[in-house]
Structures are given as C-alpha cells and as structure tokens.
Design a protein around this ligand. Structure first.
Ligand code: ATP
Length: 197
C-alpha cells in the first residue's frame, strides 16, 4: 500500500514504486490517492484530477494498481481503515505500507498507529531534501513494529516544487518536464493546474 496526495505524482513516486516492487518482491502494489487529507494544511487539487494524474503516472507498471477507494470515502480517511479492508479482501496476504522518511517521522501522529504497526510491515525510503529527511525517526523506538528498508537513489523532488514551477505559465512544459512523467506534465498543462490566481 502506497498512499499520498499525489498533487501531482512525480518521478520520485514512480521510482519509489518501482524500487518497492523489485526489492520487496510484491505481488501487487496499490496506490491510494488520499481523499480528504487531514494532515495537509492546504486545499488539495480536486480528486478527479489527482486520480487521473496518478493513473497516467503509474500506467504500464506491471502489478501496480491505482485504487480510488480513499477518495470515494466520505469525510476523513485513515490508512488503518484501508489496511483493514485489504486484509479482509486478501486473507493471509502479507501487507506492506510504503512511505517516504518524512511520513515515517510523523508516524506517532497517525490515526491508531499502534494498530498500523501490527497490521503491516513498514517500508521507508529516505528523502533527500534536508527539511524532509527522516531525522527523528528510529525504528528502534518501535520494537513492536516490523520494518523493511527501501533503497532509493536520492531524488530531490517534491510535489511542492512541481506546483511552484507550474504556477509560472511559461515554465509549465519545460520547467516540470524533468520532474514528472511526460503524460502528467501534459495533463497539468492542458487542465491549467497549479497556475497562480
Ligand atoms: P508535498 O510536496 O505536497 O508535501 P510530496 O512530494 O511529499 O508532496 P506526497 O504525495 O505527499 O508527495 O507523497 C506521497 C508519498 O511519497 C509520501 O510517503 C512521501 O514521503 C513519498 N515521497 C514523495 N517524494 C519523495 C521523494 N523525493 N523521495 C522519497 N519519498 C518521497
């Protein structure tokens, strides 16, 4: 399970998914664009755009499925609820929760995080940007958890950076072309996403 706002999905998300498929030898990797992300301070781009971009970004990766159930859920959505649903749908499956180090650092603020640790193996990829690094997270502080490291070449890209570049219209095509998959860049341009008001 790999959740995120994907506002927009970018190359590090794709690289992380590919690394997880290969290193954890997953049968399937499900991407969950968030619905109402209670922990993100800003208003997210409408769900249908984020879903469309996620489908474009992860298309063609064998075993990777974009799952829209969190977006369809009314009210706040919690990872633990989704994990529980997956466990019911696929009894006996070994579940992994994949995330970047900035998310891992916030683990104790996640809804029912102790249950999360019981329900899934947590697999964490380091983040490059100093402000997003995982400082403060130490798996040793969670003896009840199961952790599987994920090796990811450093990718100093964030959705924040993509949105900032896309806010300048003359920048859209070239500016973000190095940071997001081509079809996502075209989608952003066609739908005038992230332009400054
Ligand atoms: P924003 O800049 O808006 O906060 P973001 O780039 O962090 O967005 P999200 O959709 O919030 O993107 O991230 C989804 C998941 O991908 C999170 O677990 C996050 O830690 C991880 N992730 C995002 N970018 C990277 C990166 N460059 N390296 C490693 N993990 C990443």
């Amino acid at each position: 399970m790999f959740g995120g706002a994907f506002d927009p999905p970018h190359n590090a998300h794709v690289a992380l998914v590919q690394a997880a498929m290969a290193q954890l030898q997953l049968d399937e990797l499900r991407i969950f664009p968030t619905g109402h992300a209670w922990h993100k301070p800003r208003v997210l781009t409408p769900a249908q755009h984020r879903l469309a971009m996620a489908r474009l970004a992860f298309a063609g990766l064998p075993g990777v499925v974009v799952d829209d159930r969190e977006m369809l859920r009314a009210g706040p959505t919690y990872t633990i609820d989704t994990l529980r649903e997956l466990a019911r749908e696929q009894p006996g499956a070994q579940l992994y929760l994949i995330m970047g180090a900035d998310q891992a650092r916030a683990l104790p603020s996640w809804h029912r995080w102790q249950d999360l640790l019981r329900a899934a193996t947590i697999s964490i990829a380091e983040r490059q940007q100093p402000e997003r690094a995982g400082a403060g997270f130490d798996a040793k502080n969670y003896p009840q958890g199961r952790f599987a490291p994920l090796q990811l070449p450093p990718m100093p890209v964030s959705a924040t950076q993509v949105r900032a570049l896309a806010a300048k219209p003359h920048n859209t095509a070239q500016g973000i072309a190095q940071l997001v998959p081509g079809p996502v860049a075209r989608y952003i341009e066609q739908h005038h996403l992230y332009l400054a008001p």
